[in-house]
Ligand binder design. Structure first.
Ligand code: HPA
Length: 277
């Protein structure tokens, strides 16, 4: 359960949403990461609500994030698309996405699909490759459940990335004829990129990709009892693996280039997953 002020914000959000999209019941929530905003345009019969109209929703500051909740249909499945997200690095708050995630759950969604941009630790898995996240390493020392009262904060993270959803994701990738890498995502706080030494450490620790988001959302979604699937779009090789090093411009550029692939992957996955619900 959330903090009391979050509880009030969730109720207010539900009022706004019910007024704008009466009776709409999303089955799946989708959080769009850096440069992955194109999927928002594929939503059929969209009702668009700016994050600024939803109390407790983050006002994204990253230049590649729009900040809009889009309710509508994707592959004939009712979905709630979060175009934009809040990041820990924006205000040092790991609960940036607490109200959106709890609101999604309150609307009745059973699953959440999280997407992000990430740096790859493997030279053979280069920019433009989608990666299914199979597990994570939270390297920030931060946790969104810190300070939450009661026993719900002790979230079990075994199979946090739902094995059934992973199987459906692999199937969807084959259906869409998309090569899907897979691996462990390591969460760094950002907003500075990692050092080459940190990347060597991440590799030793068992990570396959690094990024600055998603992990707090996974933990909060699991606390809410929603099933989680997560995908990275590899936008670069991690620090120290190339001469120039990573940049936000490159993240956005590679995100835009791979938009069609990511849209096809996610919408095929939504179709496959929706058919099981
Ligand atoms: N590191 C952290 N976050 C990222 C990267 C990276 O190399 N690429 C895209 N997001």
């Amino acid at each position: 359960m959330a903090f009391a002020d979050e509880q009030n914000q969730i109720s207010a959000c539900l009022n706004v949403i019910n007024a704008r999209a009466p009776g709409f019941l999303p089955k799946i929530g989708i959080v769009l990461g850096s440069g992955l905003g194109d999927l928002a345009r594929e939503v059929v019969s969209p009702v668009r609500i700016a994050f600024s109209e939803l109390p407790g929703f983050p006002i994204p500051s990253a230049s590649s994030h729009a900040g809009e909740l889009i309710l509508g249909w994707l592959a004939e499945v009712p979905v709630a698309v979060f175009a934009g997200r809040g990041h820990y690095y924006e205000h040092g708050n790991a609960r940036e996405m607490a109200v959106p995630i709890a609101t999604l759950k309150a609307l009745g969604a059973q699953a959440i699909i999280l997407t992000n941009a990430a740096g790859s630790l493997h030279a053979s898995v280069g920019p433009g490759t989608p990666m299914l996240i199979t597990d994570h390493i939270a390297f920030t020392g931060v946790n969104p459940m810190i300070g939450v009262p009661g026993d719900k904060r002790f979230v079990n993270l075994v199979d946090a990335y739902d094995p059934g959803l992973q199987a459906l994701a692999r199937y969807a990738a084959i259906q869409a004829d998309i090569h899907l890498a897979e691996g462990v995502y390591m969460w760094f706080s950002g907003p500075s990129f990692e050092t080459p030494a940190e990347i060597r450490f991440a590799r030793l620790a068992g990570a396959d990709a690094v990024g600055m988001s998603t992990v707090p959302e996974v933990i909060m979604a699991r606390a809410e009892g929603m099933k989680v699937a997560a995908f990275s779009l590899i936008t670069n090789l991690a620090a120290g693996m190339t001469k120039q090093g990573p940049s936000h411009a490159e993240t956005k550029e590679e995100g835009a280039k791979a938009a069609a692939t990511m849209c096809a992957l996610i919408s095929t996955f939504v179709a496959v997953l929706g058919a099981t619900m």
